[in-house]
Write a protein that binds this ligand. Structure first.
Ligand SMILES: NC(=O)C1=CN([C@@H]2O[C@H](COP(=O)(O)OP(=O)(O)OC[C@H]3O[C@@H](n4cnc5c(N)ncnc54)[C@H](O)[C@@H]3O)[C@@H](O)[C@H]2O)[C@H](O)CC1
Ligand SMILES: [K+]
Length: 489
């Protein structure tokens, strides 16, 4: 998996890459700019819309100048907003691209820019080279850029955003942020969502070896990482091989959570799914999910099952004894979600009973109750890391970029998913998927990574035809497509 480095490490990374590849930093800038332009062309922005590029004095500006040249080759009408004092103040790579600008491109002093009503603004003013607080002239430029009402696309990071910490000052509000190689940590923090807009991370041909020796405990989970995480099954596999799983949840009026969980586990590939619920509700489950079995009354001997998922829609009324009994009887890793997490939060003495490497899947509210308050998401991620390491558990902190904290201290940022998935039942679907992979014999870490990635990818696929109409059942219906698209048997 791709390491997520800090902005400061980018310079070392480039230097290592250049040494290993013999390439020049200019070539790297050209590759970054070409990657940006091919993304830009895929968006099919109208040729009629004027493209203005705010260009700063560093290599972020250099990217902008190279992008300007490349876009004119695709007959876009481009002009430069000069956000630097004079050409002799440009970084050497930026100066090179400044001199290479075709004459057809007009360079406008920023002060002479009369804000057009529409079109596209490419923000190549400041990148990861931002140091300290913004200078006053830069604040004015950013404030002016934020008056623009057309489409704003930031190169690498929205100008004014620090690459690895919470920023409060003036920051460009982008519709898209096109970042290179990996998402700088500040791009995945909810506090910055209004500035980052839709995050796109582009590969720019940086050699993997260039990352050697550059420490980070953050990793980025992308589609090319997934096939290697999956188990393969041969033609002699029978339904038992695909795991016998038990899902404990549901309560009068909240049976949907258990049903979504069961359907999701079946679609993920489980062979034998048993739902455990109050006997009064068993008809609902048996009707809704004929492929699943139902059990009620005493919890069946958990040792009979390969994995257990507990909590969706369970409620918390007189469940503590049941949960405690359960944690004492079942020694294999389990998945605990929703009310299972709320019960743990209220009864911390149960936490040590949770089998090692179990997977907990809180959203931020459940996390706060279980682990504690944080003043911001960076702090929350630190708490999550400590919690996972101290309790030897896998903590899936759900959000726009779900982060999986592992017992060894690594934290994995998921790249799949989108805003449409924030809908009731989406979490129940994830619980079913992770429990299913655990039941198939996946290592708990791989069960969590595959569950989170496929869940997000299924949501993306379903969103193409649903957008804000997306409901949790659509995510389940798209699970098969994730296997096809990733070519997982
Ligand atoms: N490996 C990669 O990811 C590549 C990234 N590229 C691009 O390079 C920039 C980083 O370029 P750098 O020259 O280091 O700095 P910036 O252009 O981001 O900023 C320097 C620029 O900003 C001014 N500045 C700095 N601090 C402040 C401040 N507090 N207030 C006002 N102005 C400030 C400074 O004066 C300079 O003018 C990265 O983001 C990518 O876009 C490479 O092109 C390819 C490889
Ligand atoms: K920028």
């Amino acid at each position: 998996m791709q390491k997520i480095l800090s902005g400061i490490q980018v310079k070392e990374l480039d230097a290592q890459h250049l040494k290993l590849s013999g390439k020049s930093s200019l070539e790297l800038m050209e590759e970054a700019s070409k990657a940006f332009v091919s993304w830009f062309l895929e968006q099919e922005f109208s040729i009629e819309s004027p493209v203005q590029i705010a260009v700063g004095g560093g290599n972020n500006g250099g990217d902008g100048l190279a992008i300007a040249r490349l876009l004119t080759e695709y007959s876009y009408s481009v002009f430069i907003l000069k956000c630097f004092d004079s050409a002799d103040k440009l970084s050497s790579d930026a100066l090179f691209n400044f001199n290479k600008l075709p004459d057809s491109i007009q360079v406008l002093e920023f002060v002479d820019w009369d804000l057009p009503e529409n079109g596209i603004l490419i923000d190549a003013f400041l990148g990861v080279g931002l140091k300290g607080d913004l200078r006053p002239d830069a604040i004015k430029i950013i404030q002016r850029l934020n008056e623009f009402v057309g489409t704003v696309i930031s190169v690498d990071v929205p100008s004014g955003l620090a690459s690895d910490e919470i920023s409060r000052g003036d920051i460009v509000k982008a519709d898209f942020t096109i970042s290179f190689a990996f998402p700088k940590l500040s791009l995945i923090l909810p506090e910055h969502a209004e500035f980052v807009g839709e995050l796109v991370v582009l590969k720019i041909g940086l050699l993997g070896e260039a990352y050697e020796g550059l420490h980070s405990s953050f990793y980025y989970l992308e589609n090319h990482d997934i096939p290697a995480l999956h188990k393969t099954f041969n033609r002699f596999s029978y339904k038992g091989d695909m795991g016998k799983i038990l899902l404990v949840g549901g309560s009068p009026g909240k049976m949907g959570a258990l049903i979504l969980c069961a359907k999701s586990a079946l679609r993920t590939g489980s062979g034998l799914v048993t739902c455990h619920m109050e006997d009064s509700e068993r008809f609902i489950v048996q009707t809704a999910v004929p492929e699943a079995m139902a059990s009620w009354g005493l919890i069946p001997n958990p040792e009979f099952y390969d994995s257990v998922g507990i909590g969706p829609g369970w409620g918390t009324e007189n469940r503590v004894r049941l949960l405690k009994q359960f944690l004492q009887d079942f020694k294999k890793p389990i998945v605990i979600d929703a009310d299972g997490l709320n019960l743990l939060a209220r009864n911390p003495d149960l936490l040590p009973l949770v089998p090692k490497n179990s997977v907990l899947t809180p959203h931020i509210g459940e996390f706060t109750r279980l682990v504690g308050k944080a003043t911001n998401h960076l702090e929350r991620l630190e708490l999550a890391k400590r919690f996972a390491m101290d309790n030897e558990l896998i903590l899936v902190l759900k959000g726009a970029n779900t982060v999986i904290s592992l017992p060894d201290g690594r934290q994995v940022v998921n790249s799949s998913g989108n805003k449409y998935m924030a809908t009731g039942g989406s979490g129940d679907v994830l619980t079913g998927m992770i429990t299913s992979y655990l039941g198939m014999g996946y290592a708990p870490e791989n069960a969590a990574l595959c569950g989170v990635f496929h869940h997000g990818m299924a949501g993306e696929i379903a969103s193409k035809s649903k957008r804000r109409s997306l409901i949790a059942s659509d995510i389940i219906a798209s699970i098969p497509d994730t296997y096809i698209q990733l070519d997982i048997s």
